[in-house]
Design a protein around this ligand. Structure first.
Ligand code: FRU
Length: 481
């Protein structure tokens, strides 16, 4: 066994046990979301279903709630409700990944897990770490049992990527099509153009670069976490671009996550990308990943957080030695040429007490600590919903605008909006410190953290002819590693 691997494993457990009490003192620990047991979490990684279990890996820095060297943490489940915290599973324990086991994906093939990720290395010296000083190595782990992840092979180094790229090439996502394997990686070229690299392989070990996918007009300097999926016979490229300027109510976060429909053949130069659409309009969503499960559902999970936000808004959970979470899983579908997101149906089994209301003008209710609220609008009229005295959801039929805003319990989060021709229904999941809002059956989604006081439960709704259901939500059952 690798000595670093052995010692990291021990240290992660020690850290978790040392800070367990402090972490659990935090009222804002979430009830039905996956969080780091201690420290920092970012991107969902390696999502897959393997031998009847779902594997949800995530970028994990256990030793620092503001981020540090990245490992892969793991939760497993059979039903998305009962979970096992498997602790940290993939460590930065080799010369080719010593500054972080960065993001990647899993392909289940011939009863084995093939895990691809980026080994981040920063060389000592006077470097900008964009054009020099950084290695982004593509690494393969083959796991036969879904428990041991030490069998690593270095597949590609910087010199194996096409010329004209900076050192930023990362986040391999692998898929199979017509018995051939494909890999997309996010990249930044020397002219600071964000793009995707497409590779092809017959054996998952030898990879050949076959194409670059980029937009006609430059759209940001770096594209992270690409995901090329096929849904209802359409090819869709989901990715997280960096370097996009805000455009009125669009692109208001520091970085975005969104998608293009691809027309034509993306394996050649004969393709066209549609306009870019943001997948989520809230303050805390980034670096999502999808996988297809045995029920043939395409399920998306995002990081409920963003990098580099500390000067814009914050998460007070760092006082309790943890930060960030994953979103609830959402099933992807297409409706009216738009990607829509529907919370997976398993979450319905967390529903407890139910309240029903018919609202003519106003409703004030002491809802629940954690809940799901569903509102049906008879007419697309104005409404305003204030949750826990600080999250404000409103629709203006005149401006055809939906907005989510916060007072001080947003910890710096201000307002985000989207155009909405009409409002038909709203579904929101409110956890102790997060809200995920699905408008018009998932046509638009807003994901955000916010930090209400422990004893504040009030919801205050104004609007006409609204049918409202509120379900108290139970908690995930998470067993330790
Ligand atoms: C996205 C990202 C990825 C990278 C990982 C490192 O949030 O920057 O591009 O692999 O995080 O943690």
């Amino acid at each position: 066994m690798n000595a670093l691997n052995r010692d990291f494993k021990k240290l992660v457990k020690l850290y978790k046990n040392t800070f367990k009490e402090k972490v659990n003192e935090d009222y804002h620990r979430l009830k039905f979301h996956l969080m780091p047991p201690v420290g920092w979490l970012n991107d969902p990684n390696g999502l897959c279903e393997f031998k009847g279990k779902y594997y949800i890996f995530y970028q994990y820095s256990p030793f620092d709630s503001n981020g540090g060297t990245k490992f892969w943490g793991l939760y497993t489940t059979k039903d998305f409700i009962n979970w096992k915290d498997e602790g940290a599973k993939i460590f930065s324990d080799q010369p080719y990944d010593c500054h972080g086991a960065y993001s990647g994906s899993t392909l289940v093939h011939n009863d084995k897990m093939y895990i691809f990720y980026t080994g981040n290395v920063k060389n000592i010296g006077n470097h900008d770490y964009i054009n020099s000083g950084r290695e982004h190595n593509t690494i393969l782990i083959v796991s036969e049992d879904g428990e041991n992840f030490e069998n690593k092979t270095l597949l590609m180094r910087n010199s194996d990527y096409p010329d004209n790229l900076t050192c930023h090439v990362r986040d391999p996502k692998v898929f199979i099509e017509n018995d051939k394997f494909y890999m997309v990686q996010g990249a930044r070229d020397k002219q600071n153009v964000g793009q995707i690299l497409l590779f092809e392989s017959h054996d998952l070990k030898n990879w050949k670069f076959i194409n670059t996918i980029k937009s006609k007009e430059i759209f940001g300097y770096m594209w992270e976490c690409p995901d090329l999926i096929k849904l209802e016979n359409k090819n869709i490229l989901i990715m997280s671009p960096q370097g996009i300027e805000p455009d009125d109510i669009k692109y208001n976060n520091i970085y975005q996550t969104g998608y293009y429909f691809i027309e034509g053949d993306y394996k050649t130069s004969n393709y066209k990308l549609s306009d870019f659409n943001e997948i989520d309009r809230g303050f805390d969503f980034y670096a999502s990943q999808t996988f297809v499960d045995s029920k043939k559902r395409t399920i998306l999970i995002g990081w409920m957080g963003l990098p580099d936000i500390q000067d814009l808004y914050t998460n007070p959970t760092t006082e309790y030695h943890w930060q960030h979470a994953l979103t609830i899983p959402r099933e992807l579908k297409i409706n009216n040429n738009k990607l829509i997101q529907i919370p997976i149906c398993e979450l319905e089994s967390l529903r407890k007490t139910k309240k029903d209301f018919k609202v003519e003008k106003t409703l004030v209710d002491e809802a629940f600590d954690t809940f799901e609220i569903n509102i049906d609008f008879e007419k697309s009229n104005d409404f305003k919903l204030i949750i826990k005295k600080g999250a404000i959801l409103e629709y203006s039929s005149e401006e055809k605008l939906f907005s989510l805003s916060f007072n001080e319990i947003g910890f710096g989060r201000t307002k985000r909006s989207c155009k909405l021709e009409r409002i038909e229904n709203l579904r929101a999941f409110v956890d102790t410190s997060s809200i995920e809002i699905f408008l018009n059956n998932g046509e638009e989604v807003f994901t955000s953290r916010f930090y209400p006081d422990k004893n504040v439960r009030e919801i205050n709704l104004t609007g006409e002819n609204l049918k409202v259901e509120i379900y108290e939500m139970g908690s995930f059952n998470i067993k330790g590693d």
